[in-house]
Design a protein around this ligand. Structure first.
Ligand code: EPU
Length: 348
C-alpha cells in the first residue's frame, strides 16, 4: 500500500484497503489526518468546490458502493489524556483516530471499568458514538460525557453534550442530522473505578455457565467476548464484511405478540416500554439466506446478520443482494430490515 502523509490530498484513490467490506471504488480526493491542525487547511483547499465530505475511521461500518465524487478524510489522530478523576470515576479524553479495542484494553489495564462488554468491536474511537456501538447489553453512549470536534460549515470548534448527541439504538445526531457537517476530534468518556458488571446477555451467561457474576471480573468478560466474537464473526482480512449489516427491527408489543403466536421460536428482546426488538439474524435465516451465495455475496453461514462477499463482488452486486434479502423478509413478515451500515452511493 502507498504511504500517505498527513494533511496531503491524493486524487482518485482506491478505497478498497480502507474499508473492511473492501469493495472496489475510488475517492475523488483522499486525505489522511494525523494531527488536528491539518484539518482546517485541507477543508479550506476545497471550500469553494462544495464537495461532499465523507469521514472515515477504521472503515468497518462504511461501504463505498460506487466511486465517491468528494473528499474522504481518514482520521488517524492519536492520544489519550485524563481530564479529571475522583474516587468513583475518571473522565478521559481520547483522540478520534485511536483504535477502539486498544482503548478498551488500555482502560481495563488501568482499572477503569464500563467498556468491557464492548471489547473487540472493530473501528475507531471517533466512529463509536456515530452509530452508538452496542454489544452484550451495553451501549457506548452510557459512558460518553462529551464529543468535541469541528463544524464543517463554519470551521469553528463545536462540542456536543451527551444529551445534544441524541443517542438511541445504533443512532445519534452524528449519523443523521449533522452527518458530513461535523467532524469528531475527541470523545470524552466517564468510566467507573468500581466494577459494575453485566453478564446477563445470553451468550455471556452461557460462556460463564454460572449465575455467580461476583466471581467474574471485567477483564474476564472482555476476554470472553473476544472469544465469542472470534468464533461467530468473520475476520475482515480473510472474509470481507462490515459486522452486523442490518439493525434489529423494533415492533410494538401488539405486533410482537401476534408474531410470537405465529412463530413461537422467534427471539424477541425488551427494548423500550411498549416495544420489542426482533433478532434480524433469525428473520434472515428463516427466509433461507444464511449461507446462500448469489452474485459473489452471502449472509454468513455462522451468523445470518453478517453480509459477506468472496472478494469479487461489485457495489452493484452487493446492493442487489441486500435488496433481495430485505424484500424476502418483508414478503414473509411484513417487517422492513434497515441497514445499519453506512452505504455511500445507491442503485435503482
Ligand atoms: N440468530 C439466528 N441465526 C443466526 C444468528 C443469530 O437465528 O445465524 C438469532 C439467535 O436466536 C440469537 C439472536 O439471533 O440469539 C441474536 O443474535 P446475537 O446474540 O448474535 O446478536 P444480534 O442481535 O444478531 C447484536 C448486535 C451485534 C452484537 C450482538 C451481541 C445489532 C445490529 N447487532 O447482534 O453488534 O455484537 O448483538 O450483543 O444490534 C455489530 O453491530 O457489528 C455487532 C456485531
Amino acid at each position: 500500500m502507498t504511504a500517505f502523509s498527513g494533511g496531503k490530498c491524493h486524487e482518485f484513490t482506491e478505497m478498497q484497503p480502507f474499508t473492511t467490506m473492501a469493495l472496489p471504488a475510488t475517492a475523488r480526493f483522499f486525505c489522511p489526518i494525523f494531527h488536528d491542525d491539518e484539518i482546517v487547511p485541507v477543508l479550506q483547499q476545497f471550500y469553494k468546490d462544495q464537495l461532499p465530505i465523507q469521514i472515515l475511521g477504521g472503515g468497518s461500518n462504511t461501504i463505498f458502493l460506487q466511486d465517491f465524487p468528494g473528499l474522504v478524510l481518514q482520521i488517524k489522530t492519536t492520544g489519550i489524556e485524563v481530564v479529571s478523576e475522583t474516587a468513583q470515576d475518571v473522565v478521559v479524553r481520547v483522540a478520534a483516530g485511536e483504535n477502539w479495542d486498544s482503548f478498551v484494553k488500555y482502560s481495563l489495564q488501568r482499572e477503569w471499568f464500563g467498556l468491557e462488554n464492548l471489547a473487540a468491536i472493530p473501528g475507531t474511537v471517533g466512529a463509536a458514538p456515530v452509530q452508538n456501538i452496542g454489544a452484550y447489553g451495553r451501549e457506548v453512549s452510557q459512558f460518553i460525557e462529551r464529543i468535541e470536534g469541528i463544524d464543517l460549515d463554519s470551521f469553528c470548534r463545536r462540542d456536543y453534550t451527551k444529551l445534544e448527541s441524541s443517542f438511541s439504538y445504533r443512532d445519534s445526531i452524528f449519523k443523521k442530522k449533522v452527518s458530513g457537517r461535523f467532524l469528531i476530534q475527541q470523545v470524552l468518556f466517564r468510566l467507573n473505578k468500581k466494577e459494575i458488571l453485566d453478564t446477563s446477555y445470553p451468550d455471556l451467561k452461557n460462556f460463564f455457565n454460572s449465575p455467580e457474576t461476583s466471581q467474574v471480573n471485567a477483564i474476564q468478560i472482555a476476554n470472553a467476548i473476544r472469544d465469542i466474537r472470534s468464533k461467530k464473526l468473520p475476520a475482515p482480512e480473510i472474509i470481507p464484511n462490515s459486522g452486523s449489516f442490518f439493525q434489529n427491527p423494533e415492533v410494538t408489543e401488539d405486533v410482537a405478540s401476534a408474531l410470537k403466536e405465529r412463530y413461537p421460536e422467534m427471539p424477541l428482546y425488551n427494548h423500550r416500554p411498549g416495544y420489542k426488538k426482533i433478532a434480524a439474524a433469525w428473520l434472515i435465516e428463516f427466509c433461507g439466506w444464511k449461507g446462500r451465495w448469489q452474485n459473489h455475496c452471502s449472509m454468513y453461514d455462522r451468523h445470518a446478520l453478517i453480509l459477506i462477499h468472496d472478494g469479487h463482488a461489485s457495489g452493484k452486486e452487493l446492493y442487489h443482494y441486500m435488496t433481495e434479502v430485505i424484500e424476502s423478509v418483508f414478503r414473509v413478515f411484513q417487517i422492513e430490515l434497515v441497514p445499519e451500515v453506512n452505504m455511500i452511493g445507491r442503485f435503482t
